[in-house]
Design a protein around this ligand. Sequence first.
Ligand code: AMP
Ligand code: MG
Length: 343
Amino acid sequence: MNVLGIETSCDDTGVAIYDSNQGLLINRFSSQIDIHKIYGGVVPELAARDHIRKVMPLIKSVLEETKLKKSNIDAIAYTAGPGLVGALLVGATIGRSLALALKIPAIGVHHMEGHLLSPMLENETPELPFLSLLVSGGHTMLVDVQSLGRYSLLGETRDDAVGEAFDKFASVLGLSYPGGPSIERCATEGQPGHFKFPRPMSGHDSLDFSFSGLKTFAIQTVDKLKLDDQVRSDLAYAFQDAAIDALVVKLKRALKQTGYSDVIIAGGVGANKLLRHRIAELAQQLQVKAYFPSLELCTDNGAMIAYAGYLRLKAGFSEELNYAVYPRWSLESLEPIHSEAIV
Ligand code: AMP
Ligand code: MG
């Protein structure tokens, strides 16, 4: 069974084909960084317009590259939420229309379920149940992945997502968008100990996060300073150190609380080398195994949507032709996928 996956929830257009016999056949993207760069963040209307331009050419190119014909596609999975409504509507409408024309089923997939299941596309896969740390431009959450489709939210950010905090502080430092990689690069020249930023909520018992206090503290620190390259690097260093610490403290608590032996990291911030290093150290300390999906599966992508869609279709989920998108959609409201239905 070949499933075409379409991801358009935010600022990356992703198209992929998952083959239930051979696994992932192809996974292609088009990034909108150049479009949103000048604004320092994603502009929803521009995102939707660019998805319109990019989805069909990407679908054509994945078919050409895999030498598949449209008639070889057995089903279509598209991101139905959560995300930007205009952006979601592009993928949903194109996915639904193509499915109607090709007389094949289509299914709307929960974007975060895609992220949670994306490590299953790697050679080495975690064992259920496992813990997941989802860290992106729009989300910061710790999820208990009990079984396929059964997710329990252990903690999430009460304000800014961690990636968003990186993006905003980078813009204050005059660094380019997206801020995460810029801060990481700038921090390599930074000196430890020149600035000390707070680790919000780290003493708090809950597994929730907060990044707006750190962001505000960091911005107020900048306001009192004259920036030069070294000061900028020292600030980037202190910010990155605090943000990553805040994540790792909660991850440690969640691992102890669940007693799970496997943890996966997903989302764009998962590319951060300091985060990867600190989590690897923690994993060693607690004798657990940390899985970092490859970068192309870590950020928003069509492969995870194709795969989650495949699992749901195979387990018997189906949808009416009148479809909807869900800008806000709780992970915990999803129906479990009965794995005995999946061969
Ligand atoms: P996503 O929302 O999953 O598409 O990922 C994009 C977010 O990840 C943006 O907020 C980026 O600033 C952030 N990001 C990407 N690379 C890094 C990095 N190396 N360190 C920290 N944040 C990053
Ligand atoms: Mg993105």
